[in-house]
Design a protein around this ligand. Structure first.
Ligand code: DC
Length: 232
């Protein structure tokens, strides 16, 4: 029997990863950031200069791209790369990750890695775009995290630091609205709200409140790590 899973899906910059990490900490579950696996495959594509999915997967195999547990977070590992988190968040990787995430064999590879690892965890909080619809459709709790493009743009710019002027905010809002349109309209694994998800609009909710709501939904469903569960 697999461990309990909380699926957190939603559009870009809706705060999925930080929320998922905090929920995992509160419940003693492990956080899996599915986007980081797409980013690692993109890193392979960019550094090896290959864009055929078979060659990207061969590169991923040669470099033992996979998941390693660090605290309650499963980090991506790539042979020979010390700071993978930094390497997979460069502008070059971010610019190419959408194209990589649209390739069905690469989606199958990411989904297989996630399904394989959750077998060995006490419980998982997985964030992404298709976790509740495709990857773990029978997840015990599905959350769809959303916020208006303007609210998401504001948070993203605040994270980068410095002063935010109205023109910058308008441009970022337009970029996010266009990303939403593309993500929802793409042929392969479009962003969709699972029919049975709890929808949390975080436009006016603070971070601590959104984490507390999800932990409360989990408690209502009796979600706890099995007693004596070992991590990996
Ligand atoms: O969440 P992120 O920005 O790190 O995600 C990187 C890319 O991967 C983004 O273009 C969306 C895509 N992605 C996806 O298609 N499906 C997922 N489950 C997770 C991410």
């Amino acid at each position: 029997m697999r461990a309990p899973v909380i699926a957190i899906d939603g559009p870009a910059a809706s705060g999925k990863s930080s929320t998922a990490a905090a929920v995992a900490r509160a419940l003693g579950f492990v956080h899996i950031d599915s986007g980081s696996l797409y980013r690692a495959l993109t890193w392979v594509s960019v550094t090896r200069r290959v864009d055929d999915p078979t060659e990207i997967l061969a590169g991923a195999g040669a470099l033992h791209v996979g998941l390693r547990l660090e605290g309650t977070l499963l980090q991506v590992e790539i042979d020979g790369v010390d700071d993978v988190d930094l390497a997979i968040r460069t502008t070059a990787v971010t610019a190419n990750v959408s194209a990589i995430a649209a390739m069905p064999p690469l989606r199958d590879w990411v989904n297989a890695r996630i399904r394989e690892v959750i077998e060995r965890l006490p419980g998982a909080v997985i964030d992404g775009r298709d976790i509740g619809t495709v990857v773990v459709p029978d997840a015990e709790l599905k959350v769809f995290l959303t916020a208006t493009p303007a609210a998401r743009a504001e948070r993203r710019l605040a994270q980068r630091g410095g002063r935010v002027d109205p023109a910058q905010l308008a441009a970022e809002t337009a970029t996010l609205a266009e990303r939403d349109r593309q993500d929802a309209g793409r042929a392969t694994a479009p962003l969709q709200q699972p029919a049975d998800a709890v929808v949390l609009d975080t436009t006016t909710l603070g971070f601590a409140d959104q984490v507390a709501r999800i932990v409360a939904f989990a408690a209502e469903r009796g979600l706890q790590p099995p007693s004596g569960a070992d991590i990996l």
